[in-house]
Structures are given as C-alpha cells and as structure tokens.
Ligand binder design. Structure first.
Ligand code: SF4
Length: 332
C-alpha cells in the first residue's frame, strides 16, 4: 500500500478540555465536573492513521466527538487545515461537517431502520444541497461500488444486511461528501474477527486511493497495531504516551502502556511474553482524578514525587513522547 502521509498536520488539538458539569441542590449549581478530556494536544498528519487506545471511560471517544464539535469542548483549540475551528460560529460548522466524518461502533443502531440505504447514504448529500434525487442516487450507486456493495442493494433496508455489510453502509455514508478526516470510533469492535479484517482492508484501500486521514479509536490493541502509523495511549483524560506504532509496541515506555500490552493475547504459542502485568485497583473516578501523575495509585513503580507533580509529555526517544518521570528506567 503506498504511503500517503505528509509531514503537515491535517488536524491538531492544543490543550483540548471537555468537562461535564454535575449539578445539584435547589439552585442546580455545579457541584462537580467529570474531567473526560483534560488538556490533550495531539496532531494527525494528512494521510496517516493515528490509533487512540485506552480502557473504557478514559475519554477517547469524547476526544473524537469534541474535535468534530459533536460535543462542545470546554476550552482549548482545534486547528483544522490551518484554522482554529473552535472559533467558528455555528453556521460555519455545516461546511466543516463535509470535511470530517465519523463511523460509529454499532452499525445497526447507527442506521435508521425505516429508511432505505439510498436514503441513508444520500442524506448527507441532501443536507448539503444536492436536491436532485437522480443526482443523489448516482452518487449513492458510486459509493456502494466503492465500499464493495452492489448498486441495486441501495433499495434495501438495514435489517436486510449482515453486520459487516451494515458497517460498509456506514463507511459509504461517511464518504458521501468526500471528507478529509474520518474518525473511526470503535468502528470494527462489534464485528466478528473475519468481518473485522474485511472492513479494515476496505478502510486501508480507501485511504490509499482517496488520501484519507483516520483517527482510529479502539480498545483493541491488536487491531490498532495493525492499522495505525502512530499510536497515542490515553489514561483518565490525558495522553500518557504517543509514538510510531512499531516503536510503541516494541518499546513501550509508560508503565500503563506496558501493562496494557502485557495483556494482549499472542496468537503464536511458541512466542512467550515476558510476564503479564496486573494493575492494582480500578480506574479512579474522572470526577476526582488523583493528584500528580493520574496513574500513581495503580503504578508498580510510583515514587513520592509521582503523587505531587504531574509528569509532562516529553520526547524520550526520537518521535516517542511519554509522560512519566522514570520512563525507560522502569518496567518491561
Ligand atoms: Fe508511575 Fe510515577 Fe511514571 Fe506515573 S510518573 S507512571 S506513577 S513511575
């Protein structure tokens, strides 16, 4: 597959924050907040796939939705093609939607069961001014072929398709307006392994042919390793490590990444993993995250300093950034 990446970021966030207020009392005042995304700075280069991993509830889906402004960020900046889109007024968001799309996890619940595929895939075109039905259907037919479905299947309803085919319909809908960025939010997690592989191959082919950029959000580290050029690891609303995929999987530097990778099953029984790292306790609440390094209550290598100071995300090896005071000195 040709490498379509460029050095220029297509999208970059700067200190992106998304808090959800919790209100209580008679006056419904804010009594606390859920710190779902807490100061994330990440760039995605044009044509690359950035994998975003972490346990459930770490904020990775909220991050994806915040950069699309499906969830309004609390503060920070999102730079897309050289413009800070958080400064856009609401009326300019419609044009932005053409450039950035999302594919959701559950292909069944994300497709309206009362509409035909032609209506579902054609809907973004209608919203963006393609009023002529024939024109819309020509484009839908083209998209059906692009994602490996038959043109005449556009008259059918979602329940008449398998899970993999439904996700192909989701991909066709995301491609309708020729976007530059697609956020795949657990896009293959609900599919069987063999179907997962087909949808991943489709996404890779489309990237090579159309120059797409992907943010690939998943809790499945094996899938992320396969599809991503670089991988970012998120823990309790913060990025703790980001590196080229191969480097991150071979030389994880953050104790959290090391623990996550130690739990990934290895298909080859002759290949022995060094040891499985069992994390202490549960993920702390994002309402009241731990002081200093957020990972310190569960970290096997925590020192006094870790509960007092927050480690910055710094380059430790070429293109490999990690937020740990003792990165490279501890762990696997
Ligand atoms: Fe563990 Fe301390 Fe590193 Fe945090 S900074 S990951 S607590 S060693």
């Amino acid at each position: 597959m040709p490498d379509t990446r460029t050095a220029t970021p297509l999208i970059a966030t700067k200190d992106l924050v998304k808090y959800y207020s919790i209100r209580g009392g008679v006056l419904m005042k804010e009594v606390a907040s859920v710190k779902a995304v807490d100061g994330v700075s990440l760039a995605i280069r044009q044509g690359e796939t950035l994998g975003l991993v972490g346990e459930s509830g770490c904020g990775k889906s909220t991050f994806g939705r915040a950069i699309l402004r499906l969830e309004e960020p609390t503060s920070g900046e999102v730079w897309f093609m050289g413009e800070n889109i958080l400064a856009y007024p609401k009326h300019r968001l419609r044009n932005l939607r053409k450039e950035m799309q999302i594919i959701f996890q559950d292909p069944f619940s994300s497709l309206n069961p009362r509409k035909t595929v032609a209506q579902i895939v054609g809907e973004p075109l209608l919203i963006h001014g393609v009023r002529n039905r024939g024109e819309r259907e020509d484009r839908v037919a083209e998209l059906m072929t692009l994602v490996g479905l038959q043109r005449d299947q556009m008259r059918r309803y979602p329940h008449m398709f398998s899970g993999g085919q439904r996700q192909r319909i989701g991909v066709a809908r995301a491609l309708a307006l020729n976007p530059k960025l697609i956020i795949c939010d657990e896009a293959v997690s609900a599919l069987d392994v063999s179907i997962q592989a087909q949808v991943i191959n489709l996404l890779e082919e489309l990237q090579a042919n159309l120059g797409l950029t992907y943010l690939f959000i998943s809790h499945d580290l094996s899938v992320v390793e396969h599809v991503s050029n670089r991988v970012a690891v998120m823990y309790l609303g913060k990025i703790v490590e980001v590196a080229p995929s191969r480097d991150l999987y071979r030389h994880p530097l953050h104790p959290y990444t090391q623990a996550l990778l130690s739990a990934v099953p290895i298909p080859d029984p002759s290949h022995k993993r060094a040891h499985r790292i069992l994390l202490k306790g549960d993920v702390p609440s994002p309402i009241d995250p731990p002081s200093g390094c957020r990972f310190h209550p569960r970290c096997l290598y925590a020192q006094k300093r870790c509960s007092k100071e927050e480690p910055p995300l710094l380059e430790n090896r070429p293109h490999h950034r990690v937020a740990c005071f003792f990165a490279g000195q501890v762990g696997a």
